[in-house]
Design a protein around this ligand. Structure first.
Ligand code: GLP
Length: 240
């Protein structure tokens, strides 16, 4: 298998390792399209990237960005929406020009949202790099267990695990049941895939996911065999 595995001692080291790989990609591939996950795990990576830019080590506005996913019904003013997380932790502090970003708007008609994302993807070509997290059920973006592999943007009913975990992102009760996401085929077509995981709670999942067998019930396992896949773990997530 062509999978590379990087094990960092701490979350901070994991964030630095991941940000350095992304910065290298951006320096080598200006004007390509990248896609970064929201969620808690990559937040340290985003603050490292912003620091690297301030130190003159990378220009984060050299590439174009596509949103990965969004909770249908949530918008920029909802704490925990992918829009809010990505703008507050990355696009705004990194001062990425609006014209370089296209994200899902969970308040729009989801069908229209998907069409607009597909237009953006068609204009920018395949993903150059994607930074993904892994959900507790193995989901990538909102590609939930057993959702058929699809190209472009799709509407997906959320899995029970996702709904249960979702409360950690929100500051009030937000009943979410559907999501929009880039489909698995689009993610798998990325030239380079970074998958980041941190903490003991992900250790068993990581072990089950990368055991050599692809299983649609665990979408992240479908990454196995990707020609340029790097697994970035901290010591706790790699424990098993
Ligand atoms: C969320 C998002 C994913 C994210 C994953 C892991 O629900 N839909 O894009 O990568 O689950 O999140 P976390 O990093 O918070 O564990």
């Amino acid at each position: 298998m062509s999978m590379k595995k990087i094990i960092a001692e701490t979350y901070e080291e994991l964030s630095r390792e991941t940000s350095q790989r992304i910065a290298m990609f951006i320096r080598e591939n200006p004007d390509s399209l990248v896609c970064f996950a929201a969620g808690d795990t990559p937040l340290g990576t985003y603050s490292e990237l912003v620091k690297m830019q301030a130190a003159g080590e990378v220009n984060l506005s050299d590439v174009y960005y596509a949103g990965l996913d969004e909770w249908i019904g949530l918008g920029e003013n909802d704490k925990g929406s992918c829009y809010q997380v990505m703008h507050d932790h990355f696009y705004n502090p990194a001062r990425i020009p609006k014209e370089r970003i296209h994200v899902f708007d969970g308040l729009k008609d989801p069908q229209i949202s998907c069409e607009q994302m597909n237009e953006w993807l068609a204009k920018r070509g395949k993903l150059g790099l994607t930074l993904l997290g892994i959900g507790m059920n193995g989901h990538l973006g909102f590609n939930e267990p057993n959702v058929p592999q699809a190209s472009g943007a799709i509407i997906v009913p959320l899995d029970e695990t996702t709904k249960t975990v979702s409360v950690k992102y929100f500051d009030k009760e937000l009943p979410v049941s559907m999501g929009v996401t880039l489909g698995l085929s689009t993610l798998l077509a990325a030239r380079e895939v970074l998958l980041i995981a941190s903490g003991e709670k992900k250790a068993q999942l990581i072990r089950n996911t990368f055991n050599g067998t692809k299983n649609p019930a665990n979408p992240a396992s479908m990454l196995q065999g990707h020609p340029r896949l790097t697994l970035l773990l901290d010591r706790e997530a790699s424990g098993l």
